[in-house]
Write a protein that binds this ligand. Structure first.
Ligand SMILES: Nc1nc2c(ncn2[C@@H]2O[C@H](COP(=O)(O)OP(=O)(O)OP(=O)(O)O)[C@@H](O)[C@H]2O)c(=O)[nH]1
Ligand SMILES: [Mg+2]
Length: 343
C-alpha cells in the first residue's frame, strides 16, 4: 500500500515521515521540491508465530510505502508542479498533515484549503478529458460520468463522497483523482500536547466531512522513533503516550481503507498479503502472481485461529478445518491460503 504525506509548508510532513519510517530525512526543507521515500513493515504477530512454526527461509511482512511530498499550496504546487501531482495520483491513500503545534496555527482552515486544492486539481483533469471526448464525440458513458463528477467538483464536493458502480469505478480508476482517495487527517500537536486526544471541534469537523483523523506529536515521536528499541517504550510512557503514533497510524489506515491480511505459509516463506475487505479468492491470488490468478483452480484455506489450535496443517486436515474454496470465496482476515493453479 502506498501512502502520500501531503500538507502545507512546514506542517511537519518530513518530521512525521521520519517518525513513521525511522529514517532521518532533513526536516525544515522550507519548500524544497524534494520527495522522500520510505517503507515500513506492518507488525503482525501472526506472521511471527507462523514463522516460528514453519521456520521458513524467508519471512515477509506486509508493507506500507510512504512518500513525503513537498509543500502543497494553493496557486503554487497543486496547480503548477505536474511532476509532483502525477506522483500524488499514484498513492492509494493520503495522510494530510496539519500544523497544530505553532501558536496561532489554524488547522481547520489548512484542511479546507488542502481539500479545495485537490478538488481544483481534479477539476482540471475532468475538464481536459471532457473537452477531448466532446470534440471526438466518443465514449458517451464516460462523458456522462465525467459530467456528474464535474458537477460535484464545481459544488466543492470531493469525489470520495459520491457512490459509483463497479463499472464506473473501472472508468474512473485510471485518472487517480486526488479528491477520491481515502484521507487520514493528522493533527500535528505541539510537544506539550503529546498524548492528548483530538479536540472535540476537530472531531466534529471531521465527522461533518466524513473523514478520519488522528492527533500526534510529530516532533517528540520522531525523536522517540530514532531511539533504540529498548528505550522507546519507557520514553513513551514517561511522556504519557500509550501506543506509538506509528502503530496508531497503521491501525487507523487499515480500518480506514478496509484492509485485511491473508497469509501464506510454507518452508520457503511465511508472508502476509494486504487486500481490501471483500476481495475474492481469485483476485487475492493475483496479488501473489498473475499466473496464479489466471490458472486458478481452488484455494485451500485454514483460518489462523484453527491452525494455532490444531498445531499443524495435517492436524487441521484431520479435524476438518482445511476448507476447499472456489474462485468466488471472499477471503477473510487471517486466512492461511494455499492456491492450487495450473499454467
Ligand atoms: N514544536 C514542534 N515543531 C515541529 C513539529 N513538527 C515539525 N516541527 C518543526 O517545524 C519545522 C518544519 O518541519 P518539517 O517536518 O520539515 O515540515 P514539512 O511539512 O516537511 O515542511 P516542508 O517540506 O518545507 O513543507 C521544523 O523546524 C520542525 O522541527 C511539532 O510537532 N512540534
Ligand atoms: Mg518536508
Amino acid at each position: 500500500m502506498k501512502v502520500g504525506l501531503i500538507g502545507q509548508r512546514g506542517a511537519g510532513k518530513t518530521t512525521i515521515f521520519n517518525m513513521l519510517t525511522g529514517l532521518q530525512a532533513q526536516v525544515g526543507g522550507f519548500g524544497k521540491e524534494e520527495v522522500h521515500l520510505g517503507v515500513i513493515k506492518v507488525p503482525d504477530s501472526r506472521v511471527a508465530k507462523l514463522a516460528h512454526i514453519y521456520k521458513p527461509k524467508k519471512t515477509t511482512y506486509a508493507e506500507i510505502r510512504f512518500t513525503d511530498f513537498p509543500p502543497a499550496e494553493s496557486d503554487d504546487h497543486l496547480k503548477s508542479s505536474n511532476a509532483i501531482i502525477t506522483q500524488m495520483r499514484e498513492v492509494d491513500a493520503i495522510a494530510l498533515v496539519l500544523n497544530e503545534f505553532e501558536p496561532g496555527a489554524d488547522p481547520l482552515r489548512a484542511l479546507n484549503d488542502l481539500l479545495t486544492d485537490m478538488i481544483l486539481a481534479d477539476m482540471s483533469v475532468v475538464e481536459n478529458r471532457r473537452a477531448r471526448l466532446n470534440k471526438e464525440k466518443v465514449r458517451p458513458r464516460e462523458q456522462a460520468l465525467l459530467e456528474r463528477c464535474a458537477k460535484a467538483l464545481e459544488n466543492e464536493e470531493s469525489l470520495r463522497n459520491l457512490a459509483f458502480t463497479s463499472d464506473e469505478d473501472n472508468l474512473l480508476s485510471g485518472f487517480g483523482f486526488l479528491s477520491r482517495k481515502p484521507v487520514l487527517v493528522l493533527f500535528n500537536q505541539g510537544d506539550d500536547q503529546a498524548g492528548k486526544p483530538l479536540a472535540p471541534r476537530y472531531e466534529e469537523e471531521l465527522t461533518r466531512r466524513g473523514l478520519e483523523g488522528l492527533a500526534l506529536a510529530g516532533k517528540v515521536e520522531m525523536e522517540v522513533a530514532q531511539l533504540d528499541e529498548a528505550d522507546r517504550a519507557t520514553f513513551l510512557r514517561e511522556i504519557g503516550i500509550k501506543e506509538s503514533a506509528r502503530d496508531r497510524f497503521i491501525r487507523a489506515s487499515y480500518r480506514l481503507l478496509n484492509l485485511i491480511s491473508f497469509l501464506t505459509a510454507g518452508e520457503d516463506e511465511v508472508r502476509a498479503w494486504t487486500i481490501t475487505e471483500g476481495t475474492r479468492a481469485r483476485a487475492a491470488a493475483g496479488k501473489i502472481h498473475s499466473d496464479i490468478e489466471r490458472g486458478f483452480i481452488r484455494a485451500e484455506v485454514i483460518a489462523y485461529e484453527d491452525f494455532i489450535a490444531c498445531g499443524s496443517e495435517a492436524k487441521c486436515k484431520e479435524a476438518g478445518k482445511l476448507r476447499l474454496e472456489g474462485k468466488d470465496y471472499v477471503v477473510q482476515d487471517g486466512d492461511i491460503v494455499h492456491f492450487r493453479f495450473a499454467v
